[in-house]
Write a protein that binds this ligand. Structure first.
Ligand code: AMP
Ligand code: ZN
Length: 154
């Protein structure tokens, strides 16, 4: 993945301010932070986004698990370090605002009384009717069941 900026960071070819290095996940400061302490948590394996994470090999599952625990631990650590809370943000796909094609989770520490977190306009997806809502839920339910069955999850 020679043209991936985060792979280059992981390889040490581009500088970064690292705050954690695990066997499968690394965390470094975002170069354009939404708040002080804004961290990006990335897998060492190049996965483009959440939809691209392979789950058939135990090694990939373990690596993904470590990634998620790293996100959890960094949010906890932000509070231990004196912040009051944290937003966790993940963008899968350009339509969702993803600009770097290597899976990453944003952990953005927050302070009580600080600026309101970036707006994900609440209510912008309001349904026209209960019938429309139920149709969307049914469509999701079917797709989710298919993914769980396909991946033999739980
Ligand atoms: P996203 O919009 O979720 O794809 O976020 C990509 C993030 O990567 C943005 O917050 C950028 O500021 C950040 N970013 C891009 N290049 C670098 C870099 N070289 N070092 C640290 N963070 C970066
Ligand atoms: Zn990459």
């Amino acid at each position: 993945m020679n043209d991936c900026i985060f792979c280059k960071i992981l390889a040490g070819e581009i500088p970064s301010v690292r705050v954690h290095e695990g066997p499968n996940a690394v965390a470094f400061l975002d170069v354009n932070p939404m708040a002080k302490g804004h961290v990006l948590v990335v897998p060492r394996r190049h996965w483009a986004d959440l939809a691209s994470v392979p789950v058939s090999e135990a090694g990939d599952v373990a690596a993904f698990s470590e990634l998620m625990h790293t996100v959890r631990a960094i949010a906890k650590a932000a509070i231990r370090a004196g912040w009051d809370g944290a937003n966790v943000l993940q963008c899968t796909g350009e339509s969702a605002g993803q600009t770097v094609g290597h899976l990453h989770f944003h952990v953005i520490p927050r302070r009580a009384g600080g600026p309101v977190p970036p707006a994900f306009e609440s209510g912008a997806g309001r349904y026209e009717s209960d019938a429309e809502r139920d149709a969307v839920a049914a469509k999701l339910r079917e797709a989710i069941a298919a993914v769980f069955a396909e991946e033999q999850l739980y």
